[in-house]
Write a protein that binds this ligand. Sequence first.
Ligand code: FAD
Length: 336
Amino acid sequence: MNENLSDYKGVLVFAEQRNGHIESVTYELLNKGRELADKRKTFVMAAILGNDLKDSAKNLIIRGADKVITADSEKLKDFIDTTYANVLSDLILKYKPEIVLAGSTNLGRSLLPRVAAKLKTGLTADCTELDIDPADGKLLQTRPAAGGSIMATIVTPNSRPQMSTVRHKVFKETTADESRKGEIEIFEVKESHIDVRTRYLGFKKDETQTVNLSDADVIVSGGRGLKQADNFKLVQSLADALNGAVGASRPVIDDGWMPFSHQVGQTGKTVSPKIYVALGISGAIQHIAGMKSSDVIVAVNRDENAPIFQIADYGIVGDLFEVVPLLLEKLKEIDK
Ligand SMILES: Cc1cc2nc3c(=O)[nH]c(=O)nc-3n(C[C@H](O)[C@H](O)[C@H](O)COP(=O)(O)OP(=O)(O)OC[C@H]3O[C@@H](n4cnc5c(N)ncnc54)[C@H](O)[C@@H]3O)c2cc1C
């Protein structure tokens, strides 16, 4: 599909939905997509696949899409990766966007590699930053590489579209603007798109997910500085007092003090709460990769040279076993 690169125009966001509910990563991508489109002096499209999508399409315009392309069919009600890949790749061939963005979610990770392979173009998975090269207008796709020790910036020089999946919570969501106007176009779903060999049997929730860190406004995380599993009670108490969720650094998970669903960082969750409190966490690059876009970062560490203080908005140098009880007392006083 790589005849003439200049035939490809616009940024296309794959709008992920489940049971008609649009996943918030879509709004984050619409926000970043707009920034990239402005730099390329082009427009933002959203593609949504599913069934009964009228309201969803309007919602995508309100959230920043100039044009929404809907593939609406009873056959697309449930996600089947091969069928979705057939539809999405044909849709891309028709609309020829120069950039395609999708969430680095379970669905995005399953779908986008299939689409990229069908289109014979590149895909950079799990990006944490996207930009436009001012010199030649190419998409700069940045992601951690070599075990997180370097950030690699990848370009797709010879084929289109340039495709990336992006982690949830790396970018801020667009806000809703009811006055926005845009076009809605219907993409025809054909019998040949449907993979008859695969049937959707049902959806089984992952029961090991004990916490939804990605949507928490406040997260209190503990690290190796807690010394032992039992001391995590202190992290839980502060999280409860702040109506927040409990996070953790990787050694805490590796040592079995907390389940994996609490891990923040490169190999755990990417979070962006209003307040992130790091207790006894040194601030390794792999941890910071997962929480640096938090609005306010508070760190408690007894080592004044701990790297976490370089990104903290409020840093308390001290023993967490003394500092946290004092914070809890203060919060109780405020509550009275
Ligand atoms: C490929 C790869 C992927 C990784 N992915 C992740 C990831 O997703 N998430 C992640 O977190 N890490 C990840 N890591 C591990 C990462 O490199 C660090 O080892 C880890 O983040 C360190 O955790 P920590 O800060 O809890 O422990 P440490 O680095 O040991 O820091 C403990 C801190 O506690 C402080 N402290 C000790 N006692 C007290 C006290 N009483 N009061 C106050 N402060 C105290 C110390 O001063 C120290 O700064 C990854 C590593 C690799 C190689």
